[in-house]
Design a protein around this ligand. Structure first.
Ligand code: MG
Length: 272
């Protein structure tokens, strides 16, 4: 049979296309059945971020529980999620989430009344994984359980990189005339000078006061120490805490937390 001239190239390929369709048909049917069954009866549909691996979906759920403060007291990242947390922290999503938090803080700063002339409008910022990053340290140890001696060795080097988005917020608050207090659970006696130098080297200068853990609070939960420090600021010194930023819920709960709190993501470790 002679095909019309304009159809000839298409029709000439017909046998090959038919063969290809027959070869692919079983695969298409399998994919369709997985998709329909998965969404209809509660089995999880494919997760395309960060990958289609079922383990990553479970780790994403775990991270959401951590950020929402539903998961508490965990001592280390679950072993199946170490790769996921590494990817989250280093492949862009952590930075996007952090920028999102900073956008919310900026919108709030723009909306509240500016600092009064009495110099008592304050912000409280945490240091570790708020102003300064410990990602290199935790990634190297595969996010293992908190090790006070190893962390002290790392922190005493004074080499923690500043977190740029938080540095920009810090500078904005300072330049607007808020008094910025840096509140850290780090031990003042052993890590005071290296922390001061580390902050300075990363551009955190012009804060009102660096408040670190004194001997009387050694061994106490961070939430107890930080509550006491904020109480001192608010009730003894008369500061109005307009905002409070930290990567742990223990930075943001307790007494005198401030008018509004902002949680920076941190799936690397938990501090009570
Ligand atoms: Mg912290």
């Amino acid at each position: 049979m002679q095909w019309p001239r304009y159809m000839a190239p298409t029709m000439a390929l017909l046998p090959q296309r038919l063969l290809l369709t027959l070869v692919l048909l079983p695969h298409l049917l399998i994919l369709l059945s997985l998709g329909v069954g998965g969404s209809a009866y509660g089995t999880k549909p494919p997760c395309f971020w960060p990958s289609s691996a079922a383990e990553d979906g479970r780790c994403l759920s775990w991270r959401v529980m951590v950020e929402a403060n539903n998961a508490r007291g965990w001592r280390t990242v679950p072993a199946p999620c170490v790769g996921y947390v590494t990817g989250y922290m280093t492949r862009g999503q952590y930075g996007r989430d952090l920028d999102g938090v900073m956008d919310q803080v900026s919108a709030y700063v723009d909306q509240i009344t500016p600092p009064a002339d009495d110099g008592l409008d304050a912000w409280v910022l945490d240091i570790d994984d708020t102003c300064l990053s410990n990602l290199f340290y935790y990634e190297a140890k595969r996010f293992g359980a908190y090790d006070p001696l190893a962390f002290k060795t790392w922190a005493s080097q004074g080499a923690c990189p500043g977190i740029p988005a938080v540095l920009r917020l810090f500078a904005t608050l300072r330049d607007k005339g808020f008094k910025v207090f840096l509140l850290s659970g780090r031990d003042e006696e052993t890590l005071g000078s290296c922390t001061t130098e580390n902050l300075e080297s990363q551009g955190f200068s012009g804060y009102e006061r660096l408040m670190m853990r004194t001997p009387e609070y050694r061994g106490q939960p961070s939430s107890v120490f930080k509550s006491a420090m904020r109480k001192q600021l608010a009730e003894e010194e008369g500061y109005r805490i307009r905002g409070n930023v930290g990567d742990q819920w223990s930075d943001l709960q307790g007494e005198n937390v401030g008018d509004r709190v902002f949680k920076i993501p941190n799936p690397m470790y938990f501090v009570p």
